[in-house]
Design a protein around this ligand. Structure first.
Ligand SMILES: Cc1cc2nc3c(=O)[nH]c(=O)nc-3n(C[C@H](O)[C@H](O)[C@H](O)COP(=O)(O)O)c2cc1C
Length: 208
């Protein structure tokens, strides 16, 4: 790993499960690659604006007004951060069965035809290749198994969005049942940390 992009999207700061696990992942990855460049984007702390009637053409048209040009500049900046990274860690809490609006606004700015995906007769093609993505999913309930699996609109959606721009090497780490009480929360955190360690272990072995 030479360049790491770290994206957080929880609207919570203290006690955020995804933030805790994102930091755990970053620490583990940096153990194997201490010289890697780290860029951070915090969509909960400093949300990027949602697309609006005054900015849409900046991302999905020809920017003309100052507001549209600013939206284009932000989109360019976010895409440049993605391009520069070989590894991307995303903190993705489940909000209302999907992703946070902050993360959704980020996707609205980085899915751009001709930049991160293209269309041809063969269909859409993702243009970001050769990158590894680790997504930390924190959820109040249990969705990886059981009856609520049918309403997990978060993970399939994230897998599709990332794949659409070429990010197909995606590993999901779950921290579930966060809303089931302190013991369930602690268990979810420790299970997720074991999983994160197992993801980083081969990198450490290679670095040794
Ligand atoms: C606005 C909001 C909506 C939420 N919606 C859901 C939901 O639909 N399903 C669920 O299991 N948990 C839901 N939760 C609980 C969060 O997924 C859980 O608290 C998770 O730990 C949040 O991530 P964080 O700790 O990194 O902030 C919601 C929490 C918030 C704040």
């Amino acid at each position: 790993m030479e360049s790491l992009l770290v994206i957080n999207s929880s609207a919570a700061r203290e006690g955020s499960v995804s933030r805790t696990l994102v930091e755990e992942t970053v620490a583990r990855l940096l153990e194997a690659s201490p010289l890697a460049q780290v860029v951070r984007r915090d969509l909960g702390e400093a949300p990027i604006p949602h697309l609006s009637t005054t900015t849409l053409a900046g991302v999905r048209g020809v920017p003309a007004t100052p507001a549209e040009k600013a939206a284009r500049a932000l989109s360019d900046e976010l895409i440049a951060e993605l391009r520069a990274a070989d590894t991307i860690v995303i903190g993705a809490p489940m909000y209302n069965f999907g992703v946070t609006t902050g993360l959704r606004a980020w996707f609205d700015h980085v899915l751009r035809s001709g930049e991160t995906f293209s269309y041809s007769e063969a269909g859409p093609k993702g243009l970001l290749i050769g990158k590894r993505v680790i997504v930390i999913e924190s959820r109040g309930g249990l969705y990886s198994e059981g009856p609520a699996a049918a309403v997990d609109f978060q993970e399939p959606y994230l897998r599709h969005l990332l794949g659409f721009i070429g990010l197909t090497d995606v590993t999901f780490v779950h921290a579930e049942k966060i809303g089931f009480g302190p013991e369930a929360r602690a268990a979810a955190l420790s299970q997720a940390k074991v999983r994160i360690a197992s993801l980083a272990e081969p990198l450490l072995s290679n670095a040794a």
